[in-house]
Ligand binder design. Structure first.
Ligand SMILES: NC(=O)c1ccc[n+]([C@@H]2O[C@H](COP(=O)([O-])OP(=O)(O)OC[C@H]3O[C@@H](n4cnc5c(N)ncnc54)[C@H](O)[C@@H]3O)[C@@H](O)[C@H]2O)c1
Length: 484
């Protein structure tokens, strides 16, 4: 097969951008023929990245040609799998070097959250199309830069919220409920009751496991000593790198809930209440949380629970028959979108009788590749803008929580009384904590700040402390560039 590198097509802007982040000026992109093989590089290949390798490998006309991980053990293990099957693979520990590889058309990333937007922006600047895992950002501002980069460098950028590819299932159901078939939509409710155990409590800094380039692993985050047992995965529960379960499992349901409401901007008013209950460990994020997004037509309420239904149980609470899903409450009944990665939905009338059901999903990786070939972002099921908005709803909820103060149950009830749906969620949360023998008098919940947002500017109104948490102090040279 002949391969062409059309250097004229390489945007001048990407050269400038690439130079700014230290990517080689020889980076470029090929102009793809209709049937030409698409070459993918996957960055961060321990957990979800392994799914990327499998998923892209299964799409006709696509080949995973490069892999990158800053953990040499992970990289070697995965590279060996390729080699044992006689498949050539380029390996990298530094994502910038992978982005320098001009034979790659696409970069997919499943690193921890704090790297997502930076890799998405760098990928666009290097002339690649990008598949970026959810949440697409670790903070609101950088997510917007990822959207801007996609537009400025004219790249195809897909968010890893695969439920968006349930076209015959979820998309049809949402279109149906939005057309008024169940009357007015009263509220959308995301439920994420998923067991999250203690991550342990260490006495001091932990050794960095051998084989890990910790400077690269930390990237934009501070190069702080490791203050937890496991470097991998448990970063979700630490603010410098993760976004709690709201930005982990929860972002899937946040996205479906926002889609159901048909809103394409951040909520004008948000608050959160919660805590990290049931154990004392090195985690910082809430394991029990309510977020209230006060959209004027109908609110978006989100509930996170990491503890079981009662002490010593392995079962989770159920809300209307399920522990993870989205409920769209309407005057004439309810739409329910179930599951960790939703592939369908059901509608119920006011008596709880099932009246409609939808199912069916397409492959989210294949959808992305289709758009890469067509060069039409309208072909994408989860364009980066959708990913940014839904990720940002997780972040603003967390900002409210982080700026909160502990309060008694009565104080919290009084503060949220005007938001009727939230009061109901709070009362159920109190019962849930009681069943887990959590005493709110000795381990009080945190009542978050009530924040007002200007959705046009994506900045909070009259709250500089909250605005500071919309971004971070980037550690050089891992700074997300501002893209106009
Ligand atoms: N869409 C989904 O259904 C889904 C499912 C699971 C996870 N995810 C997302 O995938 C991401 C990864 O999750 P995970 O469970 O695989 O995490 P993990 O911690 O198990 O693995 C992350 C890997 O990335 C590597 N890494 C870190 N920084 C890197 C860098 N700068 N360059 C190269 N490699 C780097 C780590 O060494 C590790 O091997 C998360 O953001 C998560 O939200 C999505």
């Amino acid at each position: 097969m002949t391969r062409r590198v059309d250097r004229r097509s390489f945007l001048k802007a990407s050269v400038a951008g690439a130079a700014a982040v230290g990517l080689s000026l020889s980076s470029g992109r090929r102009v793809l023929g209709a049937n030409e093989e698409i070459r993918v590089g996957v960055i961060g290949i321990r957990g979800r990245g392994a799914d990327h390798i499998k998923g892209f490998g299964a799409v006709p006309g696509v080949r995973v040609a490069a892999i990158c991980d800053c953990d040499a053990n992970v990289l070697d293990t995965v590279a060996e799998r390729f080699r044992s099957q006689g498949q050539p693979i380029a390996t990298y520990t530094d994502a910038r070097k992978l982005l320098d590889n001009k034979d790659l058309d696409v970069v997919a990333t499943a690193t921890p959250n704090h790297w997502h937007s930076l890799i998405a922006v760098w990928g666009c600047q290097a002339g690649k199309d990008v598949y970026v895992e959810k949440p697409v950002s670790h903070n609101v501002w950088e997510g917007r830069q990822a959207v801007n980069a996609a537009r400025r460098y004219d790249r195809i950028v897909q968010t890893g919220t695969q439920s968006r590819s349930s076209r015959e299932g979820v998309a049809q159901a949402i279109a149906w409920v939005r057309s008024g078939q169940l009357g007015k939509i009263l509220a959308a409710r995301g439920i994420c009751y998923k067991r999250r155990d203690s991550i342990g409590l260490v006495a001091g800094p932990q050794p960095i496991p051998s084989g890990i380039d910790y400077d690269l692993w930390c990237g934009p985050a501070p190069l702080d000593p490791l203050m937890r047992k496991n470097l991998h995965y448990d970063w979700h529960w630490v603010w410098a790198t993760g976004n709690g379960d709201l930005g982990n499992q929860g972002i899937h349901q946040m996205d479906l809930a926002r889609w159901s409401l048909g809103v394409d901007h951040l909520s004008p008013r948000v608050w959160s209440v919660g805590g990290r209950f049931g154990y004392v460990d090195d985690g910082q994020t809430a394991n029990t949380q309510i977020v209230f997004h006060d959209y004027p037509d109908a609110p978006l309420i989100f509930e996170v629970r990491g503890l079981p239904d009662k002490t010593d149980s392995r079962n989770m609470d159920q809300f209307l028959g399920s522990n993870v899903g989205v409920h769209v409450h309407c005057e004439g009944g309810r739409l329910f979108i179930p599951g960790y990665a939703a592939t369908g939905a059901k509608a119920y009338d006011r008596d709880g009788k099932e009246i409609m059901a939808w199912s069916g999903t397409e492959d989210h990786f294949a959808n992305f590749i289709r758009a890469v070939r067509s060069r039409r972002r309208e072909d994408l099921h989860a364009d980066i803008l959708e990913g940014h908005l839904s990720s940002a709803l997780c972040h603003t909820g967390n900002i409210s929580y982080r700026l909160g103060k502990t309060a008694t149950g009565d104080e919290i009830a009084a503060r949220i009384r005007a938001d009727r749906d939230a009061t109901d969620a709070w009362q159920r949360m109190v019962e849930h904590l009681r069943a887990n023998q959590v005493d709110l008098a000795t381990t009080p919940a945190t009542m978050g700040a009530v924040l007002r947002m200007d959705p046009q500017t994506e900045r909070f109104v009259d709250n500089e402390q909250a605005n500071q948490l919309l971004t971070r102090d980037y550690r050089e040279p891992f700074r997300v560039p501002e893209i106009a």
